[in-house]
Structures are given as structure tokens and as C-alpha cells.
Design a protein around this ligand. Structure first.
Ligand SMILES: [Mg+2]
Length: 222
């Protein structure tokens, strides 16, 4: 998560920089940063939760539909991102005032107390009930495996087939890592019926029958 986060900050600077040029050319001033942060807080405390629940409900319905027509011997798997998918990192976002701090992020992950996104946990539980393998695929570095496993147990998601984390020596994007892992799982005979995440980079490149994008306008991970 950390290296991609660094790149995220760089990307945000570039995006904001190019947007500002556009706005200046148009003779308008961009929205004030504090106004935007307030809008994001209002969104998080209202529509965000409802929209997340709606996407999760679609995921539950899809798993039930797909499991009902599984072929004999078919190995079905559902893939879930962790941060702002299975659980919320909103407390961290607020602690850094919607910014980013690598040291604080490390300490936050070690706390292992991210609260569950209950509608998404319902999708995880549905997969387990239907005997669809639950695979967690995260951009978190393997250095945080123990804390991540602890957090999974704390939110009652401690039973799963695999927890795939970015190797300590990996330097590509999180999106490329996740795509590589889904491609590998497919090659190994898994039918990935669902892939759920809060970033487009969780889903880009395919290798899933259905992709479910949860809302997250709070940050960007390439
Ligand atoms: Mg995420």
C-alpha cells in the first residue's frame, strides 16, 4: 500500500496541477480545498454508506445467481480488496485531514482496528455460505501480514482461502500486482466470479466474471 500511496500523492499533485491550469485558462478559480474536504465528509456520512450497501447487495445477488448454475467440479472464487472494501480507513483519512502520511499509515495498519464495512462483510459471508472461495487481494505489503490477519479476525472475516499481499520487494503499481494475481489464479483453474474493490485499479484488466466498484472519492491508488 505504501509505495502506491506515494505515487498516489504524486499523481494527485499532477492532476491538481493540470486542473488548475485549465481552470485558470477558463478564468475561474478551483473550489477551495477546505470546501472540498467538507463535501467529502458530508458525502461519507450519508450517501456513501447507502451507495456502498447498494453495490454490496448486487454482489450478494450475483453470487447466489452464479453459484446456482455452477458446473460440477468448477472452482469458484470471490476476490475482495481490504482497505475501504472489507473495512473502513475513514479514521485514518480524518487523522491526516484527508491527506497522507506514510509513517502514520504504517502505525494505523499495525493497530489492526479498522471497522468493518458491514454490507461488504455480507458479501463475504454469502460467498462462504455458497462454498465460493474467499480470496483477499490487497496492496498492503507482506510486512503487515500479522496485523492484517488480526484485523480480519476482529471483523469476523478470519476464515478465508487466501490472503494475497504485495511482496516486500515489489515496486510496480497495485493495479498491476492485482491483475497479475488474478491472471495467475485463473491459470490455476479458479473461476473468479466476483471481484470487489473501491479503486478502479482493483478491477482493471479483467480476470473476473463480474467486477463491483465501491464508491471512494477520498483518494486514488493507481
Ligand atoms: Mg481499497
Amino acid at each position: 500500500m505504501l509505495l502506491p500511496m506515494k505515487r498516489m500523492v504524486l499523481l494527485m499533485v499532477l492532476v491538481i496541477g493540470s486542473s488548475r491550469l485549465g481552470a485558470q485558462e477558463a478564468g475561474t478559480e478551483p473550489k477551495n480545498l477546505e470546501v472540498v474536504k467538507n463535501e467529502l465528509r458530508v458525502y461519507h456520512n450519508g450517501p456513501y454508506v447507502r451507495q456502498m450497501a447498494a453495490v454490496a447487495a448486487q454482489g450478494v445477488a450475483w453470487l447466489e445467481e452464479r453459484a446456482a448454475r455452477a458446473r460440477p467440479g468448477e472452482k469458484l472464487a470471490a476476490i475482495f480488496d481490504l482497505d475501504d472494501t472489507v473495512w473502513s480507513c475513514w479514521a485514518f483519512d480524518q487523522a491526516v485531514d484527508m491527506g497522507f502520511d506514510e509513517g502514520l499509515m504504517e502505525r494505523y495498519m499495525l493497530l489492526a482496528n479498522s471497522p468493518v464495512n458491514a454490507p461488504v462483510r455480507e458479501v463475504v459471508r454469502t460467498a462462504r455460505r455458497l462454498r465460493i472461495a474467499v480470496i483477499f487481494l490487497t496492496g498492503r505489503n507482506t510486512r503487515f501480514r500479522a496485523a492484517t490477519e488480526k484485523n480480519l479476525r476482529a471483523v469476523d472475516c478470519g476464515e478465508y482461502t487466501a490472503l494475497l499481499m504485495q511482496p516486500a520487494d515489489y515496486h510496480g503499481t497495485t493495479g498491476a500486482f492485482k491483475l497479475r494475481e488474478r491472471e495467475r489464479l485463473s491459470r490455476e483453474g479458479w473461476a473468479i466470479v466476483l471481484n470487489m474493490g473501491d479503486q478502479n485499479s482493483d478491477l482493471a484488466g479483467g480476470y473476473a466474471e463480474r467486477a463491483f466498484k465501491l464508491p471512494n472519492p477520498f483518494y486514488l491508488i493507481p
